[in-house]
Design a protein around this ligand. Structure first.
Ligand code: N01
Length: 562
């Protein structure tokens, strides 16, 4: 282990420093990675662009921001004391409460002393002569490290469409993922919002009625299922606490990292009426429990069952919206339910469109031509706006990783390697980039699961792997090309056998013009994935190549031999 004990909060003023591990990002993943590696005796430094911990929950402060996973499972499971001491107030946690939770964890585990805030990484370069990464910040600080670990999140690089005239707008504009800390005053304002994904849906139901007028620019309608949020009563909380071991075990052993039972494995043998009856029961329960009416993989791969479920939701939408024309504009017919990330409805999203001060503009039928000084011009009309909100999502899965400007041995960049789509083994490492670990990287279950479950599994796997390397005298690891090729092929094949290809989603990079379209998360289930990762570790990191310190620059690394 190296011996760098400087106070990292003054790191920018100091000379170059060596550490064992650099972790980028202080959200759920970065905080736990720091905790784990520090406990293993490593000297770890976390670099965080924001001025606080929180990651996603630091940046996404828009009105209505809330987590779609239920609060009692949207937290760390690794330390029983944490969930004994913390108490969530609602079934689904709101952004300020999640942020407060992560700040509390950082204090409780004394993590801040190893985190450098307001430090943006601008490049990371591998030095073959020393088998170390050199990581450079925007302020010129450079640190060299044995292990370079990204904890940058899957949805953290905002995407803002490059509309003609975008910069001519004279009102206020905001992207939901970079919302001002002091909030935005909507009163007496004409507000426009572009986007009706999970974020837009939360934003629209929270802001409808708070502005003089809210105009929603929708390109593709979505299937919002009621969340049925409510306060968590004391007795319910006691029940959760008493059963936490079982809850975590079931969550880890499930496809989506959620401990919900499904009513039926498949729809086989059920009549249409039977199916609708169980769907109605689950609709009343709300949230992701609806997706668990059947084994979620079956809804996501059986086209006939999916159409019944999709049609069930479409009818619910029609019932809620008074004006039939508006209702039809809100009804999704272009993609099957679940082929895009299913959003939740917290606050009568569809009912919001019955208000006189909310209007819907179909920008699929009449596309946005340009942003003007005073609003938005579509091919049909001009909409006067004082405030323009971009709820237009993210350059997901790869955007934040590529922004790190990573350069491996021989000068090959990650961007060059991934120009036809990301390639990894298990989503944990990519061939040709030794000692670079990607928490919830492409081709791991990540966004298809309850994120903290996926994050914990990755963090623990990486920490175990580093422990193994220390125990066996290795100092270099990378994914073999053959195992990576096999894994990418496997992930693609699984996705092709499901309904994901029927939607233009950010899962496939389809939301960002020019981005290579390839399904990115591993769709085979967290439970199966965990087993695969555990087997790989048990088999001495099968599919990875490990090297010893004696393997000097240019030497081929060798397969684990003991
Ligand atoms: O982003 P999105 P998001 N012209 O990409 C539209 C997570 N999340 O921020 O569908 C017009 O889903 C775009 O239209 P279309 C969750 O995983 C979690 O809402 O491409 N419209 C779409 O309507 C989620 O899936 C929580 O036709 C344009 C919208 O912008 C992920 O974040 C809460 C456009 C973008 O939707 C991303 O959600 C919130 C254009 N040029 C979010 N470009 C939790 O609860 C884009 N759009 C944890």
């Amino acid at each position: 282990m190296s011996d760098a004990s400087m106070d990292v909060n003054t790191a920018g003023e100091s000379a170059d420093t060596d550490v064992d591990a650099v972790v980028i990002g202080a959200g759920f993943s970065g905080l736990y990675m720091l905790h784990k590696l520090r406990k293993q005796g490593l000297d770890v430094r976390v670099y965080e662009k924001g001025d606080e911990v929180g990651g996603t929950w630091y940046w996404n402060r828009y009105p209505g921001a809330r987590c779609d996973s239920e609060s009692h499972i949207y937290c760390y499971s690794f330390d029983g004391d944490l969930h004994e001491e913390w108490e969530w107030s609602e079934r689904y946690p709101e952004q300020p409460e999640i942020l407060e939770y992560l700040q509390w964890v950082a204090d409780r585990l004394d993590l801040r002393r190893n985190i450098a805030f307001e430090r943006e990484v601008t490049s990371a370069t591998y030095d073959e002569s020393s088998d170390t990464w050199s990581v450079e910040m925007a302020d010129g600080e450079r640190v060299s490290t044995r292990y370079f670990i990204t904890a940058v999140g899957c949805l953290s690089k905002p995407f803002r469409p490059d509309f003609d005239g975008r910069d001519e707008f004279e009102g206020d504009w905001h992207h939901t993922a970079r919302w001002p800390e002091d909030g935005v005053d909507f009163s007496d304002k004409h507000v426009g919002v572009i986007g009706t994904g999970s974020t837009g849906i939360q934003f629209i139901s929270a802001v409808g009625g708070r502005a003089d007028h809210l105009t929603v620019f929708q390109r593709t309608p979505n299937y919002a299922v009621p969340a049925r949020n409510r306060p968590l009563e004391d007795d319910r909380y006691e029940e959760i606490r008493a059963n936490y071991d079982d809850i975590w075990e079931r969550a880890r052993d499930s496809r989506l990292g959620m401990p919900f039972e499904h009513e039926h494995e498949t729809a086989y043998g059920l009549s249409e009426d039977d199916i609708r009856e169980v769907l109605e029961e689950r609709w009343q329960q709300g949230g992701f429990r609806f997706l668990h009416t059947f084994e979620p993989g079956s809804i996501l791969s059986n086209a006939e069952l999916n159409e019944t479920v999709s049609e069930f939701i479409r009818e619910k939408i029609r019932e809620k919206v008074d004006d039939p024309e508006t209702a039809e504009t809100l009804v999704p017919t272009d993609h099957p339910y679940g082929a895009k990330r299913p959003p939740m409805d917290y606050n009568d999203y569809y009912g919001t469109f019955n208000r006189d001060d909310v209007s819907l503009v179909d920008v699929d039928a009449a596309p946005i031509e340009r942003v003007t000084a005073g609003g938005i011009r579509t091919t049909d009309d001009h909409y006067d706006l004082d405030v323009l909100v971009y709820a237009t999502g993210f350059d997901a899965m790869t955007g934040a990783l590529l922004a790190l400007d990573v350069e491996g041995p021989n000068g090959r960049t990650l961007e060059q390697k991934w120009n036809a789509g990301p390639r990894t083994y298990l989503g944990l490492m990519t061939h040709g980039f030794p000692n670079l670990f990607t928490i919830t990287g492409p081709q791991s279950p990540s966004v298809l699961t309850n994120m903290p479950m996926a994050i914990e599994q990755h963090v623990e796997w990486i920490a175990d792997c580093i422990g193994y390397m220390d125990d066996h005298g290795y100092d270099r690891i990378e994914a073999s090309e053959a195992s990576e090729n096999q894994w990418v092929q496997n992930t693609n094949m699984l996705a092709e056998n499901m309904l994901f290809s029927e939607a233009k989603s950010w899962y496939r990079g389809a939301n960002v013009p020019g981005k290579t379209q390839v399904f990115t998360p591993f769709p085979g289930g967290l439970d199966n994935y965990r087993e695969i990762c555990a087997r790989v570790a048990r088999d001495d990191y099968d599919g990875f190549e490990l090297g010893r310190p004696s393997s000097s620059a240019g030497d081929a690394v060798s397969e684990a031999d003991d």
